[in-house]
Design a protein around this ligand. Sequence first.
Ligand code: DX5
Ligand code: ZN
Length: 216
Amino acid sequence: MSHLIAPSILSADFANIQRDVEMINKSEADWFHVDIMDGMFVPNISFGFPVIKAIKKHATKPLDVHLMINDPDRYLQTFKEAGADVLTVHLEACNHLHRTIQAIKALGMKAGVAINPHTSANLLIDIIADVDLVCVMSVNPGFGGQKFIENTYHKIASLREMIRATKSKALIEIDGGVDMNNYKKLIDYGANVLVAGNTVFSSSDPGKTISELKKA
Ligand code: DX5
Ligand code: ZN
């Protein structure tokens, strides 16, 4: 399978959200990456359900919703109703991750687990067979435009080996600081999905930048 590109809406122009959604629709991007922050799990607040619904209204590609919120169980059904296709929760934010993953799947969404830069990939060994996606945070979550953390490569290698050994179908997604200098190396290490916010939206030609990121 060739890799997927998921532009992060966090870096879009919220006063022109329909325009930016249409740009992604027309581009070679595969998913919309939608970052939800609660001001508690991460030191920032992004946006909530009305904005997700507005994106969903115009999007012709799946919404990959990344929850950076404490105790996400409270809102799984509401994210489904707002239009999430893939729903990712943080390992660090769940007391009963296995239950949460099963609940996401029972609602008809793909289920993902995200890990912060300090969290070992080895902690996923007993959940890897149950998830559709592992989101490896390559920056400390909370903000777009941060510097990529190099330790990420070795986490991709560990996960690739874990996925092989357990015959898991999980995709490896990399989130944070993906740019034109590191995307090829990330794919070589075994990444399946690349999130890109700043790299796409600060580009003078976002559609062309997405095409570049699709080339491996
Ligand atoms: C960071 C978010 C990312 C962010 C990535 O907390 O989870 O999805 O939008 O943005 P860039 O690509 O600019 O690092
Ligand atoms: Zn994200």
